[in-house]
Design a protein around this ligand. Structure first.
Ligand SMILES: *Cc1c(COP(=O)(O)O)cnc(C)c1O
Length: 381
């Protein structure tokens, strides 16, 4: 086992990821394919490390946002299906073809370039058509000219594997309109004899809350990691990531002494202050100065003073048993007085996905499998 070399680390429970994948598969059934979203280094969980757990437990595709994310996975896994949901600039499409990656397209130009590259390298490039049903981010606009153009893609030397869209999740009524636009486009293309293996529109929230819209494939991200934003409370998943550190310095302050930049926190009475080796450069939201806490011996220790890039201070006055070297939980699963990722996101005024994908390279990842440490990953070494 590699040494940890740092007291601040993210623990990733592979058993929980396996559980969540199995649960998702069970909920959507065997007819719905799962394109597991592992962009942003699998939301901070480590895409390369968790990919086998995902694919061994019901994943059909690994979905990413960028070409570099796709290539990182392809460099490690020659056989997994990999799908780029975002745009790849024309001059880089060659990498897509050479590496058997499925590319999103929303113009004839992209499809023609892929087709030419397919001839050059003797491959049949796979594409999925992005159809914009209202999000107004990427995709063909919803109109007859688009249908005509998508129709022409089928005559090129590419395999049109799917067509997909993305919900704005504005509300049931607006989401319904988006779904209908996608289905209407599919219907028009099918009337011209064009068939799609995968029609899809659901991310995590919609895959759980809109059973009727799952079609042939879903694209869950957050729920694989056990992050719940969907409404259905009967679906219980397991958060996979906990963020931990250790106390590395303790001192007693006299009344009136300040802590950290600008002395924004001052001791109102004699206080015990601990220093912890994590800061905003590890991905902890700096704006949690007044609201954040860590959990030590099952008790909440409030963060005090400005959170620095690499360190922060906590008030240990109420935890007299705390000593140097003791564990502090930065995010837990909500039990034992720990803040879970949902609570952190609320305190930081952001969403759960942003909280986890902020965790940086300098934080080692410790993988747990069968309740034991399976691997220590230090990105910097
Ligand atoms: C990120 C992303 C997803 C996954 O989103 P979650 O909310 O994490 O499930 C699905 N589809 C597309 C196109 C995405 O960009």
């Amino acid at each position: 086992m590699e040494p940890l070399l740092r007291d601040t680390y993210a623990e990733i429970n592979l058993d929980n990821i396996a559980y969540n994948m199995q649960k998702i598969k069970e909920i959507v059934g065997s007819k719905v394919a799962i394109a597991a979203v592992v962009k942003a280094d699998a939301y901070g969980h480590g895409a390369v490390e968790i990919a086998p757990t995902i694919m061994d437990n019901g994943g059909d595709y690994l979905a990413v946002a960028t070409l570099t994310e796709a290539l990182e996975l392809r460099n490690h896994y020659s056989d997994y299906n990999i799908f780029i949901m975002g745009y790849t600039p024309d001059e880089y499409l060659e990498y897509v073809v050479k590496n058997n990656i499925t590319q999103t397209v929303f113009s004839l130009r992209q499809a023609e370039i892929l087709s030419e590259l397919g001839k050059k390298y003797n491959k049949l490039p796979k594409v999925q058509v992005k159809y914009d049903t209202g999000f107004n981010r990427l995709g063909y606009r919803d109109c007859k000219e688009s249908i005509d153009e998508i129709d022409r893609i089928f005559d090129l030397r590419v395999e049109v594997e799917g067509i997909f869209s993305h919900f704005a999740l504005t509300g049931k009524e607006e989401d319904d309109i988006q779904y209908k636009k996608l289905m209407n486009a599919v219907k028009q293309l099918e009337a011209r004899g064009r068939k799609f293996k995968y029609r899809h529109i659901c991310d995590s929230i919609s895959a759980i809350d809109y059973p009727l819209y799952r079609l042939d494939m879903i694209r869950p991200g957050a729920i694989i990691y056990g992050l719940k934003s969907y409404k259905d409370d009967s679906v219980v998943l397991k958060q996979a990531l906990t963020f931990k550190t250790k106390i590395y310095h303790i001192k007693t302050l006299e009344k009136g002494e300040g802590v950290s930049y600008d002395y924004l926190w001052k001791a109102e009475k004699k206080s015990v202050v601990g220093t912890l080796p994590f800061g905003y450069a590890d991905g902890y939201p700096r704006n949690m100065r007044d609201s954040g806490y860590v959990t030590i011996h099952g008790k909440k220790a409030p963060i005090i003073g400005v959170i620095c890039m690499d360190q922060c201070m906590v008030d240990l006055t109420g935890i007299p048993e705390a000593k140097v070297g003791d564990e502090a939980v930065i995010y837990g699963d909500g039990t034992g007085n720990t803040a879970d990722i949902n609570e952190i996101s609320k305190l930081a005024g952001t969403n759960k996905n942003e909280v986890v994908c902020r965790i940086t390279r300098r934080t080692p990842r410790v993988y747990i499998k069968d309740d034991k440490i399976f691997k220590v990953l230090n990105y910097l070494l």
